[in-house]
Design a protein around this ligand. Structure first.
Ligand SMILES: *Cc1c(COP(=O)(O)O)cnc(C)c1O
Length: 494
């Protein structure tokens, strides 16, 4: 199985190890597999008899053909072990009627980013060996919250890698800041920057583009690598849980083999929902893919009109991981429906004007699988309250957006097909907003909200957040965005 760039019309191919090491293609496109492996009914029935770890190794081995099955199995055993996922890896909970919550937040940082970032570092380390790399990989991350912590946990104490995370000093929640500042591990560093997320992101991009800096790193025995969500090494592991959820429904007798299901995903960068689309292309019986957005509803508009236009107001919401105007992974969908030449043209238009419109036949193909719905802040809060009161189920803010979108779809279409809805974060990760949604009261403060939410709902704080206020602070450094390169060098020299 080889990979090529979404924008490449000349079909230059790369191996899976090269793709995981490189992250982004040289022409700015994203890597996609040259073909999609098939998953037959027979395969699904066999997978249904296995646990998550073995399902994972099987699915990954279909895409990562220069890794052996045994290597992948060993990595999956470490990544998805019970110690890291004490609540189960991706349990499926029936909330009401045909609506199932696929809980993807039982990992070490209480957000769904763990599903990919617990395995990707292991894939990268093998990729370095397989490509003959002798230098240490230096992972630089700019984060607006969830990715930074999940990457730190994933890469901590991994041989041959160091990781440094930059976050905007006033741009992340109290819980998120504490999660990062208390990070442990012998190869990690965290640095706040004065400025917003864009300043952090621009700073990291500048470092990646700076050849002098690369040369200095090279002399020290390092090269730069990224943990960004456009890396195929983050996408492939996300295909697994859709297959696994289908197997669980089979095992519980909720569906028969071949029956269709629908999937609804709270979407930001379009990575998670795109992984579901790949599962569908493989042959998993998925009918509709519901793309759920908050009031930053650029994807809803795109899926309804075929026009993607980022020239619009940016809203700060209580589902911040979906506050995004550029959904990078959408480019991969464009490639699969329209091919490389048109994808390159659409992306050129996006770069030059901030917008593009796909051809009517491309929109038709997209609409065969995808529908877009969005939910405002009031409806999000109402959904959190309603599902706790009526169904004894507690959502985080992102998951609530998706449940509301799923119900809008069902109301419009009367579709009774079982719907798998991704639950992407523990409610405690966004405790203050969840508490406010339930009680119409402000919590005492952002950290007290954890205990106040526990008392109000009689649920458990997940282990990664338990006692977080009392943990030792390891990182306090704050620098100007312009001083990020020096901060990197200080870390490497320390
Ligand atoms: C990252 C994230 C999302 C968005 O996922 P994408 O793959 O970027 O679409 C949704 N919810 C939470 C809690 C997240 O951390």
């Amino acid at each position: 199985m080889n990979y090529k760039s979404t924008r490449d019309t000349k079909n230059k191919f790369f191996t899976s190890a090269e793709v995981i090491k490189k992250g982004l293609a040289d022409d700015g496109g994203l890597f996609v597999p040259e073909s999609i492996p098939t998953l037959t009914s027979n395969d699904i029935e066999k997978l249904a008899k296995l646990d998550y770890i073995k399902r994972a190794a099987d699915i990954l081995s279909r895409f990562l053909s220069d890794y052996t099955y045994d290597e992948l199995l060993a990595d999956c055993e470490k990544a998805y072990c019970e110690k890291s996922f004490p609540g189960g890896v991706a349990p499926l909970v029936n909330v009401t009627d045909n609506l199932y919550s696929l809980e993807l937040w039982h990992g070490p940082t209480a957000a769904f980013k763990d599903m990919a970032l617990q395995i990707m570092p292991r894939l990268l380390v093998r990729a370095l060996k397989k490509t003959g790399e002798t230098r240490t990989a230096l992972i630089l991350v700019a984060t607006s919250g969830d990715t930074g912590k999940a990457a730190l946990e994933g890469y901590r104490d991994v041989d041959g890698v160091k990781i440094m995370v930059f976050y905007p000093v006033d741009g992340v929640s109290r819980v998120q800041k504490l999660q990062m500042a208390t990070q442990e591990g012998n190869n990690v560093n965290v640095c706040a920057i004065e400025g917003n997320f864009d300043d952090a992101q621009t700073g990291v991009k500048k470092i990646f583009a700076d050849r002098n800096f690369a040369e200095k790193l090279n002399e020290k025995g390092y090269f730069l690598s990224s943990a960004n969500s456009i890396n195929w090494g983050r996408l492939a592991p996300q295909i697994i849980y859709y297959v696994s959820a289908y197997c669980d429904l089979l095992n519980e007798g909720k569906i028969k083999i071949g029956d269709k299901i629908n999937v609804c995903v709270p979407t930001g960068n379009f990575g998670n929902i795109f992984a579901a689309y790949i599962a569908k292309l493989m042959g998993l019986p998925i009918d509709k893919l519901i793309c759920a957005s908050n009031v930053n509803n650029i994807l809803t508009d795109f899926l309804r009109t075929g026009t993607y236009d980022r020239n619009r107001k940016f809203h700060v919401t209580m589902s911040p991981s979906m506050d995004i105007l550029i959904s990078s992974n959408l480019e991969r969908l464009l490639y699969f429906v329209a091919g490389s030449e048109k994808t390159a043209a659409y992306m050129k238009s996006l770069n030059e004007t901030g917008a593009y419109t796909v051809d009517p036949e491309d929109l038709e193909k997209i609409k065969e699988s995808f529908l877009g719905y969005y939910t405002d802040e009031k409806a999000t809060a109402a959904c959190i309250k309603e599902d706790l009161t009526e169904n004894s189920y507690l959502h985080d803010t992102h998951t609530a957006v998706a449940f509301d979108a799923a119900r809008q779809y069902i109301k419009n279409n009367g579709d009774k097909t079982p719907m798998i809805i991704d639950s992407t974060a523990s409610p405690y990760k966004f405790a203050a907003d969840v508490y406010k949604s339930l009680s119409d009261k402000e919590p005492t403060d952002a950290l007290a909200a954890l205990d106040e939410l526990r008392e109000l709902t009689n649920t458990d704080i997940p282990y990664p957040l338990e006692g977080i206020a009392k943990r030792k602070i390891n990182f306090t450094k704050i620098v100007k965005a312009s001083n990020m390169p020096e901060a990197v060098m200080d870390y490497l020299n320390s």
